[in-house]
Each structure stands twice: as structure tokens, then as C-alpha cells.
Write a new protein. Structure first.
Length: 302
């Protein structure tokens, strides 16, 4: 089995999920970690070489893949550093960039090596819904999506926001990722941000028809809760992203239902198939630079 040497830049909250999933893959070796503040994590019972400076880490090691799990406003600079100083592939936490202009910089350095962790596209209930809708063309195209993503960030105090940019920047991209699995988003026609919440209206295409998605993000909540409703004519597909469950109905008739195994943590359930795809040699297009560019254009309101 070919070995994959992985470097991890950023050892914060989301990095823990990356490490848990990578540790399950026998072909992966953790070559190094880098973080100017946090210390080295434990990986398979040991601590890998750790550096405060990512540039120093890249000079000392030869990774095949570098994972960037840092705040969104640092993604482009760090990805450019990796692309310019190594031959490694780069997996960047979403969003890849906060503005369209930055994408050209990464594209010039090697867009074929840049991948984005659009992990909600791999959430099992989203995949189930996409397959269900595709299997029933008689339901018609998707004409509407309503999505609500809530996270209890406000109650954690000011320190909890050190790694976040804004509700739309950090949570809205997850909703766009769900849309990208189900339909073809084409434009953000309305966007309002007010402190700890955001509201967006997104136009999309589905089987040649036009549709509208309504997206709400709210960080003023006591618990995490994420859900979406997908409408295909008279059929509604309800998705609970927190519980990873879903059902489809037409009026009072239950058409289909799906549930997770009840044992796998939500983020692990996202990142397992994401890494399986990335390391397969034929990554899902939703991870690629093209999709990240289109979503960034929408996300940045262009």
C-alpha cells in the first residue's frame, strides 16, 4: 500500500476531527503538525514533529498532502505557501477564500493541487437526498430549498470567536455546499448580515428549471441545530443535518426515510468519505478548485 505523508497546519477544534479520521487510514503517516500557539497533538499514541512556523515545517519535511485547518482569513496565504514551497496536494478547510481575487493567485500556483473540505457535501443524509431526488425524475426538478443552520457560539464568550469571521463566512458556506450537492447554485440575490446572524436568498437551476433557496444562519442559540427542506413539486424532502436523518413525503404520504447508524459522530461521518474520496486518486469534483471557485464567487456576493 502506497504511503501518504500528511502535514497538518492548525491544531484547533476542527483539526481534532481530521486527526481522528486520518488515524483510521492505515496508509497515512502524520509527517508534521504546525501551529504558532497550540502544541503537538497525539496521533496514534505518539506526538509527531511539531513546528511553530509552517514555513519551517515545509522546509524540514516532504509531505504528499498538507491539510490547512486554520481560520478562514489565513487560508489563501497558507495554501500559497504550500504550493510555492512543495509539491504537495493541499486540502483547505472551507471556505477556500473570502474573495474572488485571491483565487487567481492560487490558480496560478497550481489549481490542480488545491482541494477544499466541503464536508457537508459528504454528510450521509445529503448524499441520500441527492440520490433519492435523482432516482425519481417523475417528482420533477427541485424548485425550492429552505435551510436553517444554528450554532451556540454566542454563549461561549468572545474568546470563542477568535477563529471565526462571520456567520455567513463560516456557516453560510456549509449551506452553499449542501446546495452544490443537490442543485446548481447560480447567484446570491439577497444577503443580509446582522451581528450574529445572516439571511441569504440563492437562485439555482435543477433539471433546466429555476429555483430559489432561502438560507438562514443564527449563532444566537442554546444548542446546535441544522436542517433543510428540499421541495420537488408536491414532494418535500426533510433533512435533519444534526441527527443525520431524513424523510420524503407527499402530503400525508411517507415516501421514503433514512437514518444514520446512530453511533458515528456527525463530523466523523462527514470527513470519512471526504478523505476516502480525496485519497482515492479520483477526488469528487465537489472537492476541486472549480467548485470552490464557483462557491467563492457566490459566497463573496459577486
Amino acid at each position: 500500500m502506497a504511503r501518504t505523508r500528511v502535514g497538518l497546519i492548525g491544531v484547533g477544534t476542527i483539526a481534532a476531527t481530521h486527526l481522528e479520521v486520518l488515524a483510521e487510514r492505515p496508509e497515512v503517516d502524520l509527517e508534521f503538525t504546525a501551529d504558532p500557539v497550540a502544541g503537538p497533538p497525539v496521533f496514534r499514541g505518539a506526538r509527531p514533529p511539531h513546528h511553530a512556523d509552517p514555513a519551517e515545517a515545509l522546509a524540514a519535511h516532504r509531505p504528499d498532502l498538507v491539510v490547512i485547518a486554520t481560520p478562514a482569513d489565513s487560508h489563501v496565504d497558507l495554501a500559497a505557501l504550500v504550493l510555492g514551497s512543495s509539491g504537495a496536494l493541499v486540502l483547505v478547510e472551507k471556505p477556500l477564500a473570502l474573495d474572488v481575487a485571491s483565487l487567481a493567485r492560487l490558480g496560478e500556483l497550481g489549481d490542480g493541487r488545491v482541494f477544499t473540505a466541503h464536508h457537508f457535501a459528504f454528510s450521509p443524509e445529503v448524499g441520500w437526498a441527492a440520490a433519492l431526488v435523482a432516482a425519481h425524475p417523475e417528482w420533477g426538478p427541485v424548485t425550492g430549498v429552505t435551510s436553517l443552520f444554528c450554532d451556540p457560539y454566542v454563549g461561549r464568550g468572545e474568546g470563542a470567536f477568535a477563529s471565526y469571521v462571520s456567520p455567513w463566512a463560516d456557516s453560510g458556506i456549509n449551506q452553499l455546499t449542501v446546495l452544490a450537492r443537490l442543485v446548481e447554485p447560480t447567484a446570491v440575490t439577497a444577503l443580509e448580515e446582522a451581528g450574529d446572524a445572516a439571511w441569504a436568498v440563492v437562485a439555482f437551476r435543477s433539471r433546466g428549471a429555476e429555483g430559489v433557496a432561502r438560507l438562514r444562519v443564527d449563532w444566537r442559540t442554546g444548542a446546535s441545530s441544522k436542517s433543510s427542506v428540499v421541495v420537488c413539486g408536491e414532494v418535500e424532502v426533510w433533512l435533519d443535518h444534526t441527527a443525520m436523518t431524513g424523510f420524503a413525503c407527499r402530503g400525508g404520504e411517507l415516501l421514503a426515510s433514512w437514518g444514520s447508524d446512530g453511533r458515528t459522530p456527525r463530523k466523523v461521518a462527514h470527513y470519512r468519505p471526504l478523505y476516502a474520496s480525496l485519497l482515492s486518486g479520483r477526488p469528487d469534483p465537489v472537492l476541486g478548485f472549480g467548485v470552490a471557485s464557483r462557491l467563492t464567487a457566490l459566497h463573496a456576493g459577486r
